[in-house]
Design a protein around this ligand. Sequence first.
Ligand SMILES: C[S@@+](CC[C@H](N)C(=O)[O-])C[C@H]1O[C@@H](n2cnc3c(N)ncnc32)[C@H](O)[C@@H]1O
Length: 264
Amino acid sequence: MPSIDWNRRKWDVNYHWNADGDLWSRGYGGPAMQWRLSLLPRILPFVPAGSILEIAPGFGRWTQFLKDLCERLTVVDLSQKCIDSCKKRFEDCSSITYHQNDGRSLAMIPDDSIDFVFSIDSLVHAEKDVIAAYLEQLHAKMTPDGVGFIHHSNLGEHARLYTFMRSNTVVYGICKGLGLGPRGGDRALSMTAAKFAACAEAAGLQCIAQEIVNWGRRRRLIDCFSLFTRRGSRWERPNVVVRNPSFRRERRRIIRLSSLYGDF
Ligand SMILES: C[S@@+](CC[C@H](N)C(=O)[O-])C[C@H]1O[C@@H](n2cnc3c(N)ncnc32)[C@H](O)[C@@H]1O
């Protein structure tokens, strides 16, 4: 848990998709502020890029910005509903190619064709086998100097605590009452920053930066942004791992600024 089937049911069937997922950016004053002040600064060295692959775009919260940062954008999502919504939302944009997949395959993407890979707020729900499968294929799909930026779960660092919290409905109720976030936002328990780096290495890729962060209002460092490249690329360097408990403070600063600069 969460399996690929869980993800398909949740995003393709059960989720309401009110406001196209923009509600997830409420804590930043909207997607534009989150993009400009939190996400874009982390990927600036690598964009604009010739071709970008976005894994798991949902209803296009980040696609709307990525499409203007490349000549060709490919989006891949396991939910047909999400792909259909993106097709409609971006129907005037001829540079986007859309694929619905099985939750792990990138076979439809030509080898050596992707300069930059991006995924935010989606693969936190992907267990280690899915992350490993994507990384294995990305090695072939990325150009020699290609780079990827993937947001994934680090919940496995707290596996004992969250396994206990998820163990039965009584514990679940108590933890929920205490505001402890008992399910860890449905994050994958089998993933950590270290496991991501190991999967990358096994795939012939190299993590070059990992920022381990808290997410939303949670205090624990349950998420990670991993930046990786192909071995031998011009970006290759030893991995730099930083634990960033100030990530929540960054969000609070951005929401304060959003009342001044957010609505343009
Ligand atoms: C919480 S939504 C986030 C969407 C978008 N990234 C955003 O931030 O607004 C999660 C998305 O991930 C997709 N997804 C989940 N697991 C996936 C997988 N293994 N492969 C491809 N897409 C996946 C879902 O279909 C859904 O579109």
